[in-house]
Each structure stands twice: as C-alpha cells, then as structure tokens.
Ligand binder design. Structure first.
Ligand SMILES: NC(=O)c1ccc[n+]([C@@H]2O[C@H](COP(=O)([O-])OP(=O)(O)OC[C@H]3O[C@@H](n4cnc5c(N)ncnc54)[C@H](O)[C@@H]3O)[C@@H](O)[C@H]2O)c1
Length: 356
C-alpha cells in the first residue's frame, strides 16, 4: 500500500523532469472552470505554446483574463463539432488535454440525455483528429460517472470505487457517463491497435473557484450568499460525495500526462466521504448564515454514495489529494463572496441550478 500523505508520496515516487517548455499543448474547453485552472497550471509548468479551443457555450473568456491579457494563450473560439474545426485545433500540437464537453451539474445531465449524447460525437471527432495529426499524448477529462450506479446506491456502505470496477458488463451514469466511458474505451482501443498514447482522468465532483451554480457546492454557497431562508438542499441530504478541489484535479491531469501512456483510466478524487447535509451545514457556518434547511426530495440527486479510491493515483502518479474538503470549501466560499454581486446572483438563480 502506498503512503497517502502527499509529501511522503513525493519522496516515494520522485517526479522526473518533464520538458513542458518544449511541448505544444492544446486545451479543449480551456475557458471552463477546470480548463482555466489547467491552463494556469500548465503555464506555471513552463508551457510556452498553449492553444485553447472553446465555443464559449459554458466557458467564459473572463476565466482566462490573465493569460489572455498577457498573450500567453492562443485562443480559437470554435465549435469542435463543426466541420474541420477539430482538425484545425490539433494541428502542430504535441499534447492534447480534452475537456470540451456538453456538461453541467446534476440538474442538467439527468434532464438532458440527448444533449449529453452529442459528447459521443464530440469525443470521437477530437480523438481521431488528434491521432491522425500525430499528436504524441492525449489526456481525457473523464468522470466518476463511468462507474456502475449500482455500486453507489447504499449510503450505509461506502465502496471506494476503484478503476477495475469499470468493465463488462458495463453500466454508467446516464448518457453523460456512457459518453465518457465510450471515449475511454476508444482511447484504449486506439492505444492497443494504433499505439496512440493516452490517459483518461476520472474526475470526482470537482469544486473550486470559477465553478458555476449548477454544481451542488456552488449552489449552496450561492444560497448562503443570498441569505436564503429556508435553505434548500436537493435530496434527503444523506447522499455522499467526495468533493475534490480543482487544484488536485489539475495536478493529477498534468502528472498523468507526464507518466501514463497506455490508455488507462485513473481516478482523480479524494477518499473523504461527505454527506450533502453536512456540506450544507458547513457552508452555512462558514457564511455565518442561520437558516432552516429544507430538503427537496423530488429533485435529482444522482447516485447516493460516490467516493473514489485513489490507490492507483498514489501508485502510478505518486499523488494524493492535498486539499481537505474543509479547506477547499473555505477557499471557494471566500472567492465567491469576494467576486459576486447579490443582484447578479439573484437574477435567474433557480434557472442557473439546472442549466449548463
Ligand atoms: N466539474 C466536474 O465536477 C466534472 C466532473 C467530471 C468530469 N468533468 C469534465 O471536466 C471538463 C470540464 O468541466 P467543467 O466543469 O470545468 O466545465 P464545463 O462543463 O463548462 O466545461 C466544458 C467546456 O467545453 C466548452 N465546450 C462545450 N462544447 C464545446 C464544443 N462543441 N466545442 C468547443 N468547446 C466546447 C465549454 O464552453 C466549456 O468551456 C468536462 O469535460 C467535464 O465533463 C467535470
């Protein structure tokens, strides 16, 4: 068993120097919440040729305001589903991080199956374009949604989802999960048959600065910011998640790009289970807001108990999450309170919870 302390792990699995400065890197969906953090982290690693392709359907230019103003990023605003755009995006690129997706929070992915199915096409086009263009390495933003939902149905039994639990007979979390799974399988097949180097990173319920209200933690922070009372929580509150701070997701993706070639999938998630009701109470306490919690049991909750194993990430990437939930939550809440205006947040707040 590998150690779980990040510093101890770093000593056990020393990081080899990776020549990021000489790599030409593409981030699809780079204006998104996670994508924009990844762009910043890649620049910090010394990447000098960094291209972002995004159609700005949910991504925002403001998320990349710093790098764009500094001329550190080449931005192509394009729909990767449109004819020829994926080919153009991957031209002269060494490493692709593919994050562009039709995605939202639970309210969106449960209620928009056909829209999520378009990811099957989007991922297929981008993967094949990258392979045809001779891209060296492909890093895919996959998800905990590839895991069989049946394993995540009992709040009294936490199963630490490990990578080998995804296999025949497959079962995934709605069309969004099936599309992520098919992209993983495509990459595995391209590696086996064509030697195309890749890795799929399965993110587990990311949160952090720039995340939108369509995701549970930001929805809760938004409600606390607006001082809503009663304070609504979707489900009966017993659902469990392992919220994973965006900094840990981004570190994991970059390390995966450096060391994994063989098309395998690796979880990026914490092993810290937290009940939704407890997260809500922490948000209220941090915000200094006292309110009655009202449980909305007919709203979408997703699987009842989703927590990752990070044993493979420890062993193969030499990484363990650095952020405990309490610390990441505090940081995220402080960011939200410092950067939002009540009028803007209040406008269409309920709609924001279910849209992309
Ligand atoms: N946020 C999470 O908890 C989470 C969990 C698992 C996986 N993921 C994956 O991580 C990635 C980033 O997600 P996110 O939460 O940061 O935000 P997001 O869903 O807003 O990111 C998607 C990005 O892709 C862009 N995009 C969508 N369709 C496009 C198209 N056809 N052409 C070009 N650009 C397009 C959007 O504008 C956006 O910037 C997605 O692939 C998502 O599926 C996120």
């Amino acid at each position: 068993m590998s150690p779980s302390d990040p510093a101890e792990l770093e000593r056990a699995v020393p990081r080899a120097a990776y020549p990021w400065a000489g790599r030409r890197v593409l981030v699809t969906g780079g204006c998104s919440f996670i994508g924009s953090h990844l762009v910043e982290a890649l620049l910090a690693q010394g990447v000098r040729h960094l291209r972002v392709v995004d159609d700005l359907s949910t991504g925002k230019l403001a998320n990349l305001a710093g790098p764009l103003a500094a001329g550190q990023v080449e931005l192509i605003q394009a729909d990767l589903l449109a004819d020829g755009r994926a080919r153009e995006a991957v031209k002269d690129i060494d490493v692709v991080f593919h994050l562009a997706a039709i995605h939202g929070g639970r309210g969106f992915i449960d209620l928009n199956q056909a829209k999520c199915a378009r990811n099957l096409t989007l991922d297929g086009i981008v993967i094949d374009a990258a392979y045809q263009a001779g891209v060296e390495k492909f890093v895919f933003a996959s998800s905990g949604c590839v895991y069989p939902v049946e394993l995540q149905s009992d709040v009294n039994r936490t199963v630490y989802l490990s990578e080998d639990m995804v296999g025949p007979p497959f079962s995934a979390d709605g069309m969004y999960g099936w599309a992520k799974l098919m992209a993983e399988e495509t990459l595995r097949a391209y590696h086996k048959d064509f030697g195309f180097k890749s890795v799929s990173c399965r993110f587990f319920t990311a949160y952090g600065e720039r995340c939108l209200e369509s995701h549970a933690i930001i929805a809760m922070i938004g409600r606390a910011f607006l001082k809503l009372d009663p304070f609504e929580v979707w489900g009966d509150g017993t659902q469990i998640r392992n919220w994973t701070y965006v900094g840990d997701i981004v570190d994991g993706m970059i390390r995966a790009a450096e060391v994994v070639d063989d098309g395998s999938a690796i979880n990026l998630g914490t092993e810290e289970p937290t009940r939704v009701i407890d997260a809500a109470r922490q948000v209220l306490a941090l915000a200094g807001h006292q309110a009655e919690i009202k449980l909305l049991t007919d709203m979408p909750t997703g699987p009842l108990n989703r927590v990752a194993s990070n044993q493979v990430a420890r062993e193969r990437l030499g990484l363990a999450p650095r952020w405990r939930f309490a610390d990441g939550l505090r940081r995220t809440l402080e960011w939200y309170f410092a950067t939002h205006q009540a009028g803007d947040v209040a406008e269409g707040f309920e709609r924001k919870l279910v849209e992309r």
